[in-house]
Design a protein around this ligand. Structure first.
Ligand code: NDP
Ligand code: X2W
Length: 342
């Protein structure tokens, strides 16, 4: 059975990545693609790398007939997403890639996004989309909220350790490096080649990055008490990829064993042998996550290093994994492609 798919925001980076992955997915057929400024154009005019595919042209969202659609991916900017999803048919399955439905507490949403939520009923209904930890809820969900890409990377290294109480919850430091496609395709001065290449910088310093809202929500729920991590992201001159090094207090052997056990049966989460650590160049374009544990020279301290591709496991790959569950398709379908190396 083939499910009919609409992609809203197909003229953006995550939208294009959804198209690339769905193109070889045996259970999905793309029937509608939306753009805003790019509406009216063929996809090949916006993304020449997709020229070989037979795709519908980009249209405005209000030109799409959702009656024939089984599931919509919503790859729109924050806030736009909630305004759009509010107007979609109530029985349409939706996987949203924006931040609009990730935070369950309206006050937390307002704190991290600077304005009140405009679709509170939908916010209550949405299921958090970190697949490996919300699988059963996702299977039965109508609306799934894709995680932040940084938030996904940070959580894969820490969730099992917090659950197993093998680390000091008050001494967690996360240092993250992210490629520029994470910022989307819209033109921004600090993303110009001349201002991005040959250097790198921290951003959202001082514990101000909005993905802290996701870390607070998720880690505190697992621990059963407030957990606040220290987190600084850096923008690096690479197109894709996130690498996060988390410094923590805990026995390195137990940390490694806990992560290896937690992910033993997970197809996409690969825990490396003790002492090995990952590189973003080993997951480019794939849905895999590599998790490494390294002992610090000081006893009782460890580094957990996680790498993933922000456009696959950090957004569009994760979105397809969740859609597979929602549509009753095998979870790995369409996602087993190997990383592109070198
Ligand atoms: N990039 C990443 O690594 C990740 C992104 N996300 C989230 O996914 C969402 C999409 O991200 P990304 O693909 O990077 O973003 P882009 O900026 O690359 O694309 C945004 C898309 O939304 C469309 N759009 C913009 N404004 C409107 C509007 N007012 N009405 C309708 N459509 C509109 C754009 O159309 P057009 O260009 O034709 O105007 C484009 O198709 C965002 O919420 C982002 O935060 C989440 C995880 C990771
Ligand atoms: C490099 C870069 O700017 N990355 C983005 C993360 C993108 C992401 O996960 O998206 P959401 O905006 O949907 O949370 C950032 O850190 O803000």
């Amino acid at each position: 059975m083939t499910h009919k798919i609409a992609i809203l925001g197909a003229s953006g980076y995550t939208g294009a990545e959804l198209v690339r992955l769905i193109a070889t997915h045996p259970g999905m057929e793309i029937v509608a693609l939306s753009g805003e400024r790019k509406a009216g154009l063929p996809m090949a005019a916006v993304f020449p790398h997709l020229r070989h595919l037979d795709l519908p042209d980009l249209v405005k969202i209000d030109q799409i007939d959702f009656a024939g659609v089984d599931l919509a991916f919503c790859a729109l900017p924050h806030a736009t997403s909630q305004a759009v999803i509010k107007e979609l048919p109530r029985d349409l399955k939706v996987v949203d890639l924006s931040a609009d439905f990730r935070l369950r507490d309206p006050a937390a949403y307002e704190k991290w996004y600077g304005k009140p939520h405009a679709a509170l009923e939908l916010q209550k209904e949405a299921v958090y989309g970190l697949t490996e930890f919300y699988r059963d809820d996702i299977r039965n969900a109508r609306l799934v909220a894709g995680t932040g890409c940084n938030a996904a990377a940070g959580q894969y290294g820490l969730r099992p350790l917090i659950a197993a109480a093998v680390i000091d919850l008050d001494d967690i430091v996360m240092d993250l490096k992210a490629g520029v496609s994470g910022a989307g395709r819209a033109l921004k001065e600090n993303l110009l080649h001349a201002e991005l290449s040959e250097g790198f910088h921290a951003y959202a310093v001082g514990g101000t990055h909005r993905h802290l809202g996701e870390f607070d929500q998720e880690f505190s729920a697992i621990a059963g008490r407030p957990v606040e991590v220290q987190f600084t992201p850096h923008l690096i001159p690479a197109n894709r990829g996130i690498l996060v090094t988390t410094y923590l207090k805990g026995d390195p052997g137990r940390v490694h064993e806990t992560l290896a056990n937690a992910y033993e049966d997970e197809t996409f989460i690969q825990v490396l042998p003790m002492g090995e650590h990952p590189s973003t160049r080993h997951m480019r374009g794939s849905n895999f996550v590599h998790v490494g544990v390294v002992a610090d020279r000081r006893p009782g301290r460890a580094m957990v290093i996680v790498a993933l591709d922000n456009l696959t496991k950090g957004s569009s790959g994760q979105a397809i994994q969740n859609a597979n569950l929602m549509l009753g398709i095998a979870e790995e379908e369409g996602l087993m492609l190997a990383p592109c190396f070198p």
